[in-house]
Ligand binder design. Structure first.
Ligand SMILES: [Zn+2]
Length: 342
């Protein structure tokens, strides 16, 4: 019996699982939330306790690790975490190898999830695929010729920061109109909130000279009224008028319930992803795009816009499929298993 240990250091959760080589079912599995004021040492401590509880005295043949942040995969050193302080330049591979005495592979979560879907999920049998996760952020990972492609500096796959609208809103990376700025869950919520807040502000005071953006939004709102469409009422209802509570998921729910303002925000997200995917298809010509993450569960409408726009952007000779991921939250863990055998 050859055991593989898989670890997932996410931004807010930690998970560990164990599997027999060749099996597709976890032997044991544990998941825990990171504490509110986590740092690298508390995360490492929690992970160590998960590991010892899983191993129950046995020894794995290898350990694979998915880390939610930039990693130097060649040395297994974490560069930093965008969510948890204290991870700067932590030699995670060496720490684990020293403690457990077995080979360890470490890579960032998008690359690892791509590998997981390639080996065990929606990318099985496809040698060239691009995995995209759309949730609190938008990330991507390549499998080319059956192997992960990380780029010269480990930065390949950053589809989230491909600019699709140079005149669009400012992204956290400082550029305008990135895919992530339009399509991530938190940014979708922010976009919906800003439209609703600007409508409120303009109703309260007509003296403020409206910005170009505001003009555009007011026109949009008026257009909704004239056409007798739902413009945010369902969305407002879902949060009891407290716009701070808006989330990407609520935007999706309101859109599904017929709220045209929410639909507009969701369609813009799908459009941004479609433009990104169409351009990536032209450039790299992968067989499949595998899409995971909460936002991709937004429904048929979202997928239709995404598929249509991607096909419009790509050249007619460039063939590809866009399919949903199948491993869900376990993609990084299954990828970590695959990481131990490459
Ligand atoms: Zn950006």
């Amino acid at each position: 019996m050859t055991l593989i240990l898989a670890l997932d250091f996410g931004g807010t959760k930690l998970a560990a699982a164990m599997v027999n080589v060749g099996s597709r079912e976890w032997l044991r599995y544990e998941r825990r939330l990171s504490p509110a004021k986590a740092d690298a040492s508390t995360d490492l401590e929690i992970m160590r306790s998960l590991i010892y509880s899983l191993l129950q005295g046995t020894k794995p043949a290898a350990i694979g690790v998915s880390f939610g942040g930039p990693v130097d995969a060649s040395t297994g050193t974490v560069r930093l975490s965008h969510h948890v302080p204290g991870w700067e330049n932590i030699p995670l591979k060496h720490l684990l190898e020293d403690e457990f005495g077995v080979p360890v592979g470490v890579d960032n979560d998008a690359n690892v999830a791509a590998l997981g879907e390639h080996r065990f999920g929606a990318g099985e049998g496809y040698d060239s695929l691009f995995y995209i996760t759309v949730s609190t952020g938008v990330g991507g990972g390549w499998i080319l010729n059956g192997k992960p492609w990380r780029g010269a500096g480990g930065m390949a796959g950053e589809i989230g920061h491909i600019v699709v609208d140079p005149a669009g809103p400012v992204c956290l990376c400082g550029k305008r109109g990135c895919v992530e700025r339009l399509a991530s869950g938190p940014y979708m919520a922010q976009n919906a909130r800003e439209i609703l807040e600007n409508v409120d502000a303009s109703a309260a005071s007509r003296r403020v000279p409206p910005s170009r953006l505001l003009c555009e939004r007011l026109r949009q709102r008026e257009a909704f009224r004239r056409e007798g469409r739902q413009g945010g009422e369902i969305l407002r209802g879902l949060v009891g008028d407290d716009l701070k509570l808006l989330t990407g998921q609520l935007v999706s729910e309101a859109a599904a319930a017929g709220d045209d303002l929410a639909k507009e925000v969701l369609h813009k997200a799908a459009w941004a992803l479609g433009v990104g995917i169409g351009n990536v298809a032209n450039l790299m010509n992968p067989q499949r795009f595998v899409l995971g993450g909460g936002v991709t569960k937004a429904g048929d409408d979202f997928w239709q816009v995404l598929q249509r726009v991607a096909l419009e952007i790509a050249l007619p000779e460039v063939d590809f499929e866009i399919v949903p991921a199948v491993l869900g939250d376990d993609a990084p863990l299954w990828g970590a298993v695959a990481l131990t055998s490459i």
